[in-house]
Ligand binder design. Structure first.
Ligand code: NAP
Length: 249
């Protein structure tokens, strides 16, 4: 009998990831990942067919444990993971003088190293039997640019885009791998910026298409997971309302 197929969404307990998961649940079974069971269960209750969605709880900072924990989860549930959306992310504005080993470890484990280990697990024949077809990394529009106090975060996002490009080459034609690079979206991650009315207004004035929403990111993810993008791999898709293309002024 064939196994039930799933899309794994990391960072699905909040913000963009929770929105993506709810949208995907219209057409797929989703593994909702996060660190907090109550938050995950809340997202599952808001999904289509809540009974079909699975909760996966693990802290990605412990990325050296992912291979064992995720492998066990997939084998025990007796499922196939056909798609992986890495949305989990940690962002802390940190001036270069304040960079620390702990901050480097936290940023890179969550944003980059864990994604590499998850892809490895999903490629293992004994765990996922060649089921993986599609990977989408949620990067950031800062990946190709620079900003004060964003060195660690932007390096981790540039790293995931580098990982994306080489995986796309190595895994073709079986697996497509792409990145989505959002501009500022109002979520718990950016709440401090949006809470400051002046700052928010000045920031949004740099967005030619105005404010963006989680659905703008989710629409691109759904496209990349679908056959409508079947000839696309190894690409960065910036979804930022024109923020990074505007060099006027
Ligand atoms: N919001 C923006 O403007 C924006 C712009 C560009 C890119 N992005 C990217 O979009 C993605 C989603 O961001 P968001 O704004 O939706 O942020 P968010 O609301 O803060 O959600 C972050 C998610 O990542 C999970 N996470 C964080 N650290 C983790 C860890 N150590 N282990 C496991 N899970 C962890 C969180 O889980 P818990 O619920 O357990 O905390 C949560 O589900 C991130 O990769 C971010 O870098 C966001």
């Amino acid at each position: 009998m064939s196994k039930v197929q799933y899309i794994l969404v990391t960072g699905a307990s909040s913000g963009i990831g929770s929105f993506i998961s709810k949208c995907l649940s219209q057409n797929y079974n989703v593994i909702i990942h996060g660190r907090n069971t109550d938050k995950i269960n809340q997202v599952i209750s808001e999904c289509n067919n809540p009974d079909k969605q699975l909760a996966f709880v693990t802290d990605l900072q412990q990325f050296e444990e992912i291979e064992a924990v995720l492998g066990k989860f997939i084998i025990e549930k007796d499922i196939e993971v056909i798609g992986f959306v890495h949305c989990a992310g940690f962002m802390n504005m940190l001036p270069a003088k304040m960079m620390s080993v702990a901050a480097i470890q936290k940023t890179f484990s969550t944003n980059l190293f864990s994604a590499a280990m998850i892809v490895k697990v999903l490629l293992q024949r004994k765990v996922n039997a060649g089921a993986l077809k599609n990977v989408v990394f949620i990067s950031s529009n800062i990946s190709n640019f620079g900003a004060k106090a964003f060195s660690l975060y932007s390096a981790s996002k540039a790293g995931i885009d580098g990982l994306m490009r080489s995986l796309a080459v190595e895994l073709a034609p079986d697996v497509r791998v792409n990145s989505v690079l959002p501009g500022a979206i109002h979520t718990p991650m950016t709440s401090a910026i949006f809470q400051d009315e002046e700052k928010a207004k000045s920031m949004l004035s740099t967005y030619p298409l105005g404010e963006g929403f989680p659905e703008d990111i989710s629409n691109m993810v759904e496209f990349l997971l679908s056959d409508k993008s079947k000839w696309i791999t190894g690409q960065q898709f910036t979804v930022d309302g024109g923020r990074t293309i505007d060099i006027s002024g």
